[in-house]
Design a protein around this ligand. Structure first.
Ligand code: F6R
Ligand code: MG
Ligand code: MG
Length: 378
């Protein structure tokens, strides 16, 4: 459908410096060159390459719809090029999230995470791109509940007639690979009964009954895809804002609560979600704490509009880095206090995740070794 725009955000961790820290600028540069070729070939309209912690994030606009083979292949090739650059520098975990040697039609199931939305552009289309590191996709379920279902967060639900309609919420069961669409506010308690279990359920999509898609989350469960630990999901979410949808400020406010999220250090710890600027997202305390970044852009005639000036290089969009400001310092301080407190538990729950969710485990071998010494209780 030629008049619709698709925004695709595809991310992967393909190598870092000195541990799982951040991609090298050279990796980002070669990824951008690959996407620039996609623009020149007419496949993409526009792109922006960024990162959150050790994850490289490819934001792309095009007219090809969701799950488009050519767009996914281009993203895959950009990650391959970055991973080759990482391998040349002998960086750590080079190519980590690329689970197969060859692209097979769609990045889903091959390691990278993807959030995509196709919609008819409104006369002005503000969007917030959220990117997280060291956590799973269910991390967004609590903020989504507040943004779309809590009138004490989103006053628009009460006083804006366009928002008053409520939303449809698509919930996925990431263990059994099933999905269900539920309506808020009518089924709000049922929705919360599912998504409160962050080990199994996550919100994939939020739909406004008139405006269409409002938000989409990448819900690939990378650790399960691989059958063994190869990296955390580190999910992304794209949110359309304003004019009947939540205001940018209503989207951002829930992140002032530093909720505990699972996936920190070895994918196996709970830590408090730390909102920060992209440049501040390099993990520095116990491989964390878990981060979240928020970039503001406009989608404009199928292109990405940030603060760039005329004559900027292709893909050089300078989005609004929403969590860069000092007003987020008290949240960051609180998040660090909570994360340090959680570290006090060492390898004990609830500092670590439940045994089923651990990314590494020695327990089967230990139990096997102990089997001859295990005695029945009196
Ligand atoms: C990776 C991550 C890290 C690693 C940890 C151990 O994104 O979050 O916490 O899990 O540094 O890494 P390996 O097993 O590569 O030594
Ligand atoms: Mg990561
Ligand atoms: Mg990683």
């Amino acid at each position: 459908m030629a008049d619709k725009v698709t925004v695709s955000l595809i991310k992967a961790d393909v190598g870092s410096i000195a541990g799982h820290s951040r991609p090298h600028p050279k990796m980002m540069e070669v990824a951008a060159l690959t996407l620039d070729k996609g623009v020149k070939d007419g496949l993409l309209n526009d792109f922006y390459v960024t990162r959150c912690g050790d994850d490289m994030e490819l934001l792309m606009t095009h007219r090809n719809g969701e799950n488009h083979k050519g767009v996914h292949e281009l993203a895959w090739n950009a990650f391959m090029a970055a991973s080759e650059a990482a391998k040349k520098m002998r960086l750590y975990a080079a190519g980590q999230d690329l689970l197969s040697d060859a692209f097979s039609g769609n990045v889903r199931g091959q390691g990278p995470g993807a959030a995509e939305m196709e919609f008819e552009e409104r006369p002005t289309e503000p969007m917030i791109v959220l990117m997280a590191d060291k956590c799973g996709p269910a991390a967004y379920s609590l903020p989504i509940s507040k943004i779309y279902m809590d009138p004490f967060t989103t006053t628009g639900l009460v006083i804006d007639p366009r928002a008053h309609l409520g939303y449809d919420i698509e919930v996925v069961d990431v263990v059994d690979n099933k999905r269900v669409v539920m309506s808020s506010p009518a089924e709000m308690y049922d929705i919360l009964a599912l998504i409160g279990d962050t080990t199994r359920y996550a919100v994939k999509r939020v739909i406004h009954r008139d405006i269409g898609v409002g938000a989409v989350v990448s819900t690939e469960k990378l650790n399960m895809l691989a059958g063994k630990y190869v990296g955390k999901d580190d999910p992304v979410m794209m949110v359309r804002c304003q004019s009947g949808l939540p205001a940018a400020g209503e989207v951002l406010q829930p992140f002032a609560f530093p909720q505990l999220v699972a996936g920190w250090m070895r994918g196996s710890h709970y830590g408090a979600w730390f909102p920060c600027a992209v440049d501040e997202s390099t993990p520095s305390y116990f491989d964390g704490p878990p981060r979240v970044c928020a970039l503001g852009i406009q989608i404009s005639n199928g292109m990405i509009q940030g603060l760039e000036s005329p004559g900027s290089k292709p893909g050089d969009h300078c989005p609004i880095d929403y969590f860069a400001g000092k007003e987020w310092d008290p949240v960051r301080n609180k998040a660090m206090d909570i994360s340090m407190y959680m570290r006090g538990h060492g390898p004990f729950m609830p500092g670590i995740v439940s045994p089923d969710e651990l990314e590494y485990t020695t327990r089967p071998e230990i139990l096997k070794k102990l089997e001859p010494r295990m005695q029945p209780l009196e």
